[in-house]
Write a protein that binds this ligand. Structure first.
Ligand SMILES: CCCCCCCC/C=C\C=C\CC(=O)SCCNC(=O)CCNC(=O)[C@H](O)C(C)(C)COP(=O)(O)OP(=O)(O)OC[C@H]1O[C@@H](n2cnc3c(N)ncnc32)[C@H](O)[C@@H]1OP(=O)(O)O
Length: 281
């Protein structure tokens, strides 16, 4: 459940409707507490918040809007009780047109860059599983609080995909070189407790209420600090990685196109999709 806000009149909800969504309501909901200046960004693409082209465009637009609104902090979460984000929408990879695949990948790069380079502090409230692109979203945030009994990790290699350099670097920056190297190569999915142990997440919480409380505590640590000094320091730490990604982005997209258009990859993907369905039987 989302944190209760003392005065509902303070709750401003930005809502946008998007075409081609299976979710009810907008793909991304933002609730702004005008007392604290903290925005809760709720990823809302049922059933598992998989990242389609349009969903990522909406996340990017939301962050742009929050930058303009001069918020004091952002908490990124999901309304689901089981899934934070299931990663890229695997259907985007099934025999895609090359143009769409390029756009999907470009939007994933931009989603990462936009969230990674926010001027305001960010917390991922990981209240469910976070494989692959779900882990990527969490890694863009400054601080991660994860509810118990879920899994998180960059499992791309398990799916036949290479982890791109900019994402490897983000993982390295978070858990250190050795852990990142092994985790990326093996495609390890970590339990919440294991993730805490290697520093992939910063704190655990028993439930979403406790996680929200901890997220606000993290954001409160900046309450009396100059937003300018804070964000300038963050961007000095992070901008080079964003610029590096942008410089190499066309090569990155070419590599993904080659990877995904390959017939062996497509055969593996078909088997993977079947295995997702079989798990339910
Ligand atoms: C564009 C090209 C890129 C490639 C370049 C490589 C670069 C690498 C960098 C980043 C790459 C990211 C790649 C990815 O993110 S790939 C996606 C990886 N994600 C997964 O493998 C997650 C698969 N899903 C699950 O493990 C589970 O669904 C889980 C998230 C644990 C939730 O389990 P549960 O609550 O039991 O829900 P269901 O499994 O029943 O799922 C409900 C329905 O949702 C469908 N589903 C699940 N995941 C996805 C997904 N990622 N995309 C699309 N659809 C998904 C699932 O099939 C169910 O559908 P249905 O009800 O119709 O059967």
């Amino acid at each position: 459940m989302l944190r209760k806000i003392a005065n509902p009149a303070r709750l401003l909800t930005f809502q946008r409707t998007m075409a081609s969504t299976a979710s009810t309501g907008p793909l991304v909901r933002t609730e702004l507490d005008s007392q604290t200046g903290y925005a809760t960004v709720i990823l809302n693409r049922a059933p598992v918040n998989s990242l389609s082209l349009e969903f990522m465009a909406e996340i990017i637009k939301t962050v742009d809007e929050l930058e303009r609104s001069k918020i004091r902090g952002m908490i990124l979460t999901s309304p689901s009780s089981k899934v934070f984000c299931a990663g890229l929408d695997v259907l985007e990879m099934v025999n895609p047109s090359e143009d769409r695949l390029r756009s999907v990948w470009r939007n994933l790069q931009d989603t990462w860059a936009k969230l990674y380079g926010t001027s305001f502090p960010t917390v991922a409230l990981i209240n469910g599983h976070a494989p692959a692109g779900g882990c990527l979203l969490a890694l863009t945030c400054e601080y991660r609080i994860m509810c118990s009994n879920f899994s998180i990790g960059l499992n791309e290699t398990q799916l036949g995909l290479a982890v791109p350099p900019w994402l490897q670097k983000t993982m390295r920056n978070t858990v250190g070189s050795r852990e990142a190297e092994i985790a990326c190569i093996k495609g390890t999915m970590f339990s919440s407790e294991e993730a805490l142990k290697i520093g992939l997440v910063d704190e655990l919480a028993a439930d979403k209420g406790e996680a929200m409380h901890k997220a606000c505590n993290y954001l409160d640590t900046f309450k009396n600090m100059s937003p300018y000094a804070r964000s300038a320091t963050k961007l000095l730490l992070r901008n080079k990685k964003i610029e590096d990604m942008k410089r190499a982005r066309e090569d990155d997209i070419d590599r993904v196109v080659k990877n995904v258009m390959n017939s062996d990859f497509q055969a593996g993907l078909a088997a993977y999709l079947q295995s997702l369905k079989d798990r339910k039987k």
